[in-house]
Write a protein that binds this ligand. Sequence first.
Ligand code: SF4
Length: 252
Amino acid sequence: MFYLTEQFFSIQGEGKYAGVPSYFLRTGGCNLSCPGFGATYEVDGEVRYGCDTYFAVDSTYAKLWEKVDESITLIKKLKNEFTKIGYKPNMVITGGEPLMYHNDKTFYEVVSWLVEEGIQITFETNGTVEIDFDLYPAYQSCIFALSLKLANSGEPASKRIVPQALKNLQSHSKETFLKFTIDSILVESSAINEINEIRQILPELEVFCMPVGESRDTIWKNDKAVFEFCMKHNFRYSDRLHIRVFDTTQGV
Ligand code: SF4
């Protein structure tokens, strides 16, 4: 059994496959909370801090999440969606942290079906969960966008950087790349040192950097600094197309 917070057809907005039409599954729950990412929200009068997908992270919202306890139901729905779309789009499985469910029977059945259908799957993951690729071989055919969190996430390094999990994902999957969300303050302070430390664990991976921002306003505050940072260090700049186009609207 796993939780979905939303599913929708859109265009991948960030990272290596930005611009590619993709069907999104967003799972509920995360093993981090990233209070430093600047999104504020209120629960029963209490102000909380989190990331731009706090609605898929904070279990207070679990009552709004869809419980998936039979793979066949979701597979039927996906078949219908693909018929309406007219082709089988790439899949993006994101969260929250989708790999929290990697060994869940229902979740793995859905992933295995997608792989059998020849659909390209990209997991957007914080890279902290270790997968047994022998026991769950379908993941060998998947792409992992390693969206590692830096100091600006507000999480301790020991929680957000798990070298063994990262090396495991790099060495057993179809493809991995690094994706960092940074802001103008981090650009001026520790970003390059933090990224270089991570590149010592994963030296051969492409690096994508994108601006912090859960809205157009906050992206505009950070994009120029991140753009110049990428030029200086030979990293790839990734925008956040879905936020540029739809601002704070969810499910697009
Ligand atoms: S790891 Fe990702 S989804 Fe989880 S709290 Fe941090 S930014 Fe949000």
